[in-house]
Design a protein around this ligand. Structure first.
Ligand code: G1P
Length: 274
């Protein structure tokens, strides 16, 4: 059973300054809903009941968002506008939120390690909220991965094909196709020079991990930017264990970039109006 989902959410969001000066980037709205709420709803759809959020300084708005707001709810009730908060209140009522602060930003692997106390000794999902995944009337992307985990009981990363010029923004896998949309990973590399990349299959921000990744992360040396990469830990793990890569069904928006964020807003707005 995958019950817990980890959300690394300590990053500064410098690409969105000045908007992110006092507001966490995870709280930027796509239409009217903050990015992180899309992630939490995806995890809920995948039957997770605990959201383990790795925050940092200046991220209190995330905790406030997933909490009751008596005054606002009272006001909305009097004005018969409760529907405006209904989705958010449903989310709050259907799962628990746990938080830990990452004191220093030392890479995604370090953020996941920081979350170890919230996860404990069980398999868990990881959602990077700035990769917004919309399933086109099917199962949520994390839900698809949970189904796969229940079959294979091993770590899984979500992948998609990207253009060669963009490979240096991602973890990239070298894999052998096991069945349609599923690869067994032979190795993986973080942000390769496109000319050295082992494939054009890039990892996007959805993972299922098992707790035996934690000791490997502890032993993983930081890269040349001083960051501990989950890609390096999984690469090590894959030498002796099965790790799968899954070509997910759905649309992913890179909301960590201005282009992707604007596109997500336009597409979801058009979908809402249609
Ligand atoms: C992180 C991971 C990378 C992955 C990407 C997906 O990179 O390190 O392997 O491909 O997320 O969005 P970041 O975008 O945080 O630099």
């Amino acid at each position: 059973m995958i019950r817990k989902c980890l959300f690394p959410a300590a990053g500064y969001g410098t690409r969105f300054l000045p908007a992110t000066k006092a507001i966490p980037k995870e709280m930027l709205p796509v239409n009217t809903k903050p990015l992180i709420q899309y992630g939490v709803e995806e995890a809920l759809e995948a039957c997770c009941d605990t959201m383990a959020i790795v925050t940092g300084r200046g991220k209190r708005a995330i905790e406030d968002h997933f909490d009751i707001s008596y005054e606002l709810e009272h006001q909305l009730k009097s004005a018969k506008k409760e529907h405006l908060l209904k989705e958010t209140i449903d989310v709050i009522n259907n799962c628990a939120f746990t938080y830990i602060r990452q004191k220093e930003m030392k890479g995604l692997g370090h953020a996941i390690l920081t979350g170890e106390n919230l996860i404990g000794n069980e398999p868990f999902g990881v959602i990077l909220a700035d990769d917004l995944c919309i399933n086109n009337n099917g199962k949520s992307v994390l839900g698809q991965m949970v189904d796969l985990y229940n079959r294979f009981k091993c770590p899984i990363v979500a992948i998609q094909e990207v253009e060669s010029k963009d490979l240096d923004k991602y973890g990239v896998i070298d894999g052998v196709m096991l069945e349609d949309s599923i690869y067994e990973i032979k190795s993986m590399v973080e942000k390769p020079n496109p000319k050295d990349a082992p494939s054009n299959l890039a990892v996007i921000g959805r993972y299922i991990l098992t707790p035996d990744i934690f000791p490997i992360l502890y032993a993983t040396t930081p890269d040349k930017r001083g960051e501990i990469q989950i890609t390096d830990a999984l690469n090590k793990y894959a030498k002796n264990n099965r790790v799968l890569a899954y070509v997910f069904k759905g649309t992913r928006y890179d909301c960590g970039s201005i282009d992707g964020f604007i596109k997500a807003n336009v597409d979801l707005y058009n979908k809402m109006k249609a």
